[in-house]
Design a protein around this ligand. Sequence first.
Ligand SMILES: NC(=O)c1ccc[n+]([C@@H]2O[C@H](COP(=O)([O-])OP(=O)(O)OC[C@H]3O[C@@H](n4cnc5c(N)ncnc54)[C@H](O)[C@@H]3O)[C@@H](O)[C@H]2O)c1
Length: 457
Amino acid sequence: MSRTPAGRRTRYALCGLSNRGLSLFALPLLGLDATGTRPAEHADPAEPAGPSELSELPEHGELVAILDVDADRVRAFGDLTSTDVPFYAPAEFDRMVDEVGPDVVLVTSPDATHAVYAIAALRRDRDVITEKPMAATCAQVREMLAAERASRGSIRVAHNLRYTERNRQLKRMLLDGAVGRVTSVELTWSVDTYHGSSYFHRWNRERRISGGLSIHKACHHFDMVNWLVGDVPEQVFAYGALNYYGPGSPHRPETGEGDDPRRDCPYHQRWLADGDVPEDDHLKPRTGLGGLPYTVQYPPGTRNWIYDEAIDIEDTYSAVVRYRSGASLSYSVLFSGAWEGYRLAINGTHGRLEACSVDFRDGKGETPESGQIVHHPMFGQARRHDIAGGEGGHGGADPLIRRDLLLGPSQESLDLRIPADSREGALAVAMGEAVWRSVADNRPYSIDELLDHSAPT
Ligand SMILES: NC(=O)c1ccc[n+]([C@@H]2O[C@H](COP(=O)([O-])OP(=O)(O)OC[C@H]3O[C@@H](n4cnc5c(N)ncnc54)[C@H](O)[C@@H]3O)[C@@H](O)[C@H]2O)c1
């Protein structure tokens, strides 16, 4: 981005016309909302970008190419948006660079494909912005770091969880010394039955594509902790299992031949319970955001089922992590939870910070204190701090990360060290790989062992 000549817009090529690529980059760069149209005055905050941002981004950046495996999907995108952004197939990456000359390659394809496009871009000295996780394996991460070292380009990783109001406030308090030196972190994450089950009928359910949920999803959580405490993870030990999905699920319906098995599936019934459950793009594998089809990824006539044999990942983990400073993290995550969110506590030599975000999608259930941070000084009076809810995707994080990535980091982002680089992206992947390998091999894994000392400190 910094190498874009003055007076011209930054040229972006998008690899992977995913739901995420659409909402975070493609539509906003075209000045369009989630429906593919130019928004009126009152944009829905759940949509990709607000009206002022939508007019500003296209002044500074330009979507010059889309690379994807699915020509039909890209064609449908052109129809939806009345645009004709040039389309390239994966094997045409170099031709794409020659013909459209992107400054930055945006990588928003499935996780295991990030490395291919990032490395190809770095070889052509382009900058890379990749969605989280930076890659699906540590082997891919090592190759990406080597390619970055040999390139004039660099990698930035879109770790959007850092940008929520709650997390920015926590980081500010930690930098101000609210707890002293961090000694331990407690993090419990719950992905509810609605969202959690969705991973098991999408590509995420196969480790060769997503790295498993300890990488695909938990990389958010690990990166959040690493960034908040400003420390480097050294060793991980974990237990985990597939308890809720796959052929051995206790919820798999027993149905007679010819019956639609989904009729008796409690997860499926929850997805269908519209009226009190909001729309969720995680649940649209056949037609994604904007109604675009996934002709190649989910071919017509095939149907994924959350109890399929193909599922080879875990849905439950408990892990402990040792940090370089001696601090430790105890972490657990469940993908069939009663609520969506997390409970976090950060303990230090001089106090404790507690935060929680608990969301019952359908408004039912008992909601504990959410939307507040509680600060317990070691020997003083505890104090509650309210958190303003941010507007826009992922608790207000998405508009902020998009601005930072496409227009340059804000002063607040620089002060709070929010933008994530390749080293930080690598550490989050390594923690996730250490988790599933530890589960498989029943032994601790060190981060250095997995990254082969290739993540610069
Ligand atoms: N930061 C976040 O909050 C967040 C949220 C969702 C997804 N993500 C990340 O965004 C990325 C996309 O996820 P999604 O669920 O939106 O994807 P998706 O399933 O909506 O779309 C995947 C797209 O990639 C294309 N594709 C498949 N194989 C490809 C290949 N080899 N080369 C190029 N394109 C290919 C598909 O045709 C499809 O267009 C992933 O890396 C995911 O981890 C991040």
